[in-house]
Design a protein around this ligand. Sequence first.
Ligand code: GLC
Length: 625
Amino acid sequence: MKKQQEKKIKKINEAWDDIFNERMSRHYDELKWLYYELYNSDKQAFDYFCGMLYKYYSERRASLKELDRKRLKNPDWYKGNDMLGMLMYVDCFAETLKGVEEHLDYLKEVGINYLHLMPILKSPVGRSDGGYAVSDFKNVEPKLGDIKELKSLADKCHSEGISLCLDFVMNHTSEDHEWAVRARQGEKEYQDRYFFFDGWGIPYEFEKTVPQVFPQTAPGNFTWCPDAQKVVMTTFYPYQWDLNYGNSTVFNDMTENMLYLCNCGVDIIRLDAVPYIWKELYTNCRNRPQVHTLVRIMRIATELVAPGTLLLGEVVMEPKEVVPYFGTVDKPECHMLYNVTTMASTWHTVATHDVRLLKNQLEKVFSLPKEYIFLNYLRCHDDIGWGLDYPFLSQFGVEEVAHKHFLNEYFQGRIYGSESRGELYNDDPRLGDARLCGTTASLCGIEAAEYEKNEGKLDQGIRMDIMLHAFLLTLSGPPVLYSGDEIGALNDYTYHEDGLKCTDSRYLHRGKLKWDEVAKRKDSKSREGRIFKALLKLEKLRVNHKVFDSPADTWIVETYNNQVLGIGRYLNGEKLIALFNFDGLNQTAWIEENEDYTDIVTGKPCSSKHVVVPPYGFVWMVHKF
Ligand code: GLC
C-alpha cells in the first residue's frame, strides 16, 4: 500500500510543468529544509505535500493564473493609496453570497476594492463562534450559498477590480468536523489530529502557563469529551478543537484546505488566530518559533500554487510579537498584518483626549521598513482589547488594571463627559481585565445624541467619527471599514433576546445593515448622509494625492499640545501635514511649517503656523515642492 502510494506521488511529481518547476526550483531547498526540520525528515509526508501543491497548481483555472501573472508583474498591487477595504458578515449585509454579488454596485459606490467576508464555510448553528468553528473546509454554510456561488462572486469581484478576502480558520475545527467525529468515535488516527489526553494530569500542567482567551464565556483551555472519554484541547470555545500541527497530516491537509480557497478565487487569506497553532507544554502556547516555520511554508506554498494570493496574519498581540510575522525581506511570512496596537491606542486617545501614547505608538510604526504593510482599522467584528504600552503609560502614573477599568467605564458611558455606548466582553475579575464592544458611531456618542435628540452632541459625535476616519486614512497601508460604519450604524441590542447569541456581546456590533438607513446616504442632513459624504470625500482625496501611498516618508509632527496629534508625510515633492484634535475644545497645534499650504478638504490656502483645530476636527494640508 505504502509502495503504491509512493509510486503515485513520484509519478505526479515527475510531471510538473515548466512554470511550476521553475517556481519549485527557487524554493525547493528551503521548503524541504523547513519541512524536514518540523517533521523529522519525513520524506513520504514531504513528497505528498509537494505532489498536493502541484495538483492545486494544475487545477488552478486559467483566469486565476492570469491574475497571478499580472500580480507577479506588479507585486506592490495591494500597497497603493487606492486600496480601500470593507469587512462584513454576508448575512448582515445581504443575506447570501448571491445577495452580496447583487450589491457590488453599492460597494463600488463606497469605493471598496478589497472585500473581507466573515467566515462563510459550514459551521454548526449555535456552536459556530460566528463561523469560526468550521465543520467542512470545502463547503459553504448552506444558508449563505454554495461553492459555485463563491466562485461566481470571486469572478464578479475580479471583473470589478475588487479583491476577495476570506478567513482561513486554521487553529481548530468544529467538533462536528469529520475528523472530530471520527476522533470522538475512538479512531486513534483522528484523535492524533487533535490534542487528546486520557485524564486531566497533563491538561492541568498546561493550564499553569497558558492564558485564557475567553475567561468568562469559555473558561479553561480543555474540555471533557464524553464520547471518547478523554480530555481534548479547546483554547477558544469548547466546540472548537485545537488541531495538532505537530502531525504532518494535519499540516498537509490544512494547507490543502487553504489552497482550495485560493483556487475558488480568494485573493487574501486571513490566517485566523495564527499565533496559537503550535502547542508546547510549559509555554504560553503562543507565537512559538514553529508557528513561523509553518507560516513560512504556507507562504512558499501560495507562491508555488497561487502567487497572486496574499497572506494576512491575524496577530492580535503586543507589537514585539506582531512584527516577526512579516518574516524577513528574504524569507517573508505574511504580506499584511493588522495594526492592532494603533487601533487600541486610538480608542485610548478618544477616552483620555491625550495623544502622547498614540504618538509614541506611531513613532514605532513609522520606524519600521516600508515593506511591512499594516492593515488599518477602527473597528472590526471583534472586541477592542486594551493591549496598550503600559510601561510607557506608567511614566504618567497610569497603572494597567486601573486604566483598563477607566477605559471600560468610559466606553460604557459611565464617566462624566462620556457619551459612548459600549458593552463589556469577557470580563475577567481575577486579572481586572475586560474588553469592549460597540460600533464606531455608538462609541463616538452618536447613539446617545440621537436618543436624546441633542443636536449639539450629535454634531460632536459625527465630527469625532469623521476625524477618526480621517486619521485612519492618513496611515500607510489599506484602511478597512467595518460594514455599516460608512453610514454611522449604531449598536444592535437584539442579540440580547437571541438565545444563541446573548452570551457573546460581540454581537452588539454585528447587527444587520439597515438598508433604509443606507438609503439616507444621499440626504446630506441625515447622520447617514453626513458621514457617508464626508468619508467619500476623504477617500477621493486619498486616492488623488500620491503622498498617501505607502512608500511615503512618515513622521510625527510636534504640536506642543497633548490634545493634537500631528502626522507628516512626504513623497515625490508632495508634503502633507495632518492634524487631529482629540479634544472637545478648539486646540492650537503650535507648528511652524515654512511652506505654503492648501487645505485639501476645503481646497483653500491655509496657515501652517499655530493652527487652530476645531473640537474633534482635523486638517489635511498639502504643499507641493
Ligand atoms: C479570531 C477571530 C475571533 C474568533 C477566534 C477564534 O480571533 O477574530 O472572532 O473568536 O479567532 O477562531
